[in-house]
Design a protein around this ligand. Sequence first.
Ligand code: M6R
Length: 616
Amino acid sequence: MCGVVGYTGTKQAASWLLDGLQTLEYRGYDSAGIQVVSPSGNLHGVKCAGRVAVLRERAAAANPVGTCGIGHTRWATHGAPTDRNAHPHLDGTGRIAVVHNGIIENFQELRRELMAAGHTFVSDTDTEVIPHLIQEAWDGPAHGDLAAAVRNACDRLEGSWAVACVCSDVPGTLVCTRNGSPLVVASTDDGAYCASDVMPLAGVTSHVLQLDDFDVATLSPDGTVSITDRDGRKVEHPSAIDIDWDASAAKLGGYSDFMAKEISEQPEALERLLKDRLGKHGIELDELSLTREELAAVDKIVIIACGTSYHVGLIAKAAIERWARIPVAVEYASEFNYNEEYLVTDHTMCVVITQSGETADTLTAARRMRGMGCNVFAITNVLGSTAARESDGTLYIQAGPEIAVASTKAYTAQMVASYLLALRLALANGSMERAEVEKHFHELETLPDIMREVLARRWQDKQAARLFRGKQSSLFLGRNVNATTAYEGALKLKEISYLHAEAYPAGEMKHGPIALIEGGFPVVAVVPADHVHDKTVSNIQECLARGAVVIGVATDGDERVAKMCSEVLWVPPVADELLFPTVAVIHLQLLARYVARDRGYDVDKPRNLAKSVTVE
Ligand code: M6R
């Protein structure tokens, strides 16, 4: 959601700002803009509703010249996605330009106050109060000190923000700050940079600095970055991260879209995650901040997540309860945050699952769990993300950049990370012998090759996608852990094909959703060779009796399912039925992608969605 970039240095700013915005496109947005300051202090802005590609065309025509500038991709919250509401926004004198990610909760009251003082506003955004507040400070107490003016202005704000600001009075200076929304800065030989995340910086440096809330960074053209805290004191040792994703990891590399690339990368992602995890202490999970004794004492686990990561949580619950025998509650972060009666024990551990590490609801929930005295363990993909920084321990899933809005490789890697956690807990509390833990670990090691086999069968998904032509709705069914596979398959289909999909535990279907079924209605049934196979087969029969067209997701060689289904998405046998969701979901990711492409949609950037949802 919203992307911020900034640069000051020796090269023309516009070109890098546009490239930087392009790498942030994955966050989701509906308009974009840049503002460049020339060395003589001319501010030149270009902004528009729509894609960065449109902005690029307009910038090429306008040719903004200058070696310092800021850029933004906007995901509309206050005011429609129009040219006028796109960032950057200016102060009343046209000297100060600001881009902002986040929400200013008290903007109406600030706007009223500023209007009473003679300011006029030209947009419907909450952001526009920021340059006007900076103007007040710049012409007043902070005269000549842009960092002080930005700090004074932000002191008036309530809500969340990552802000970058330039001013024509100090042409090479770029000031940025944050509270609750991520922002990183970097110093290089050709200048200094800021960005919402490390992605735009991957091609320019391998070392970035993270701002803490209320830190203010002043970036200079010689590459100097000077950081001060809320009180204006110099921050001597800002936290730093080394980027270990090479820039090419965020490029298409011959694939037609990022979703296709990321689906294909799943086997390697799991291999990276599993590497060196079996050691002399059993499952090596040093990322946990709890001792073995403390782990053994854990008597309740609360998993907090949203969306696809919530589905991982459901699988994690099954693994932890079965292997480590610890009761697990899985909570939607947005629901948990407003459940005032939530109960924890003295030994409750909280597991936060978030690919981006920046999901606002999840972060709020994790803070609340910490406040309740729980140890918080994060499973995330993004190095140095807020979830990682604020947790007691963090397991990075090492899936590499996930650009497509629909999460795929992060889903399966987070799932395997949860299996590792379950095995580690089982070993710590003695619910499993070491030999058994090792056996399960070796079963996990078989998953990448099974995934490769499923990927090689993508033609089955392409064929099955045709059954969705001309349909308005569909039903996904599964039992036990594969009810979750059904939920995830339906979510993927909805997200990128805009086709309605209802997901239900198969046995629950007859309590309502069966009414949807009529002749030709598509049903996707996840029906592996597991302990509930016969039950799910009966549910498929019930669908067929009402004229449904059934697509089965089944284990190789299942003749019974083959006879019943119009198409079968075949999955090689897995060693343990708990692991079927990890490999079977690949078929449903591919199916969703083929249906979406068949309907002519951009699978990487579905409408209305953002990659990291940084507002509640
Ligand atoms: O970054 P997170 O894992 O916290 O994101 C949570 C959800 O917003 C996310 O999984 C969303 O549901 C995806 N678009 C699903 O593909």
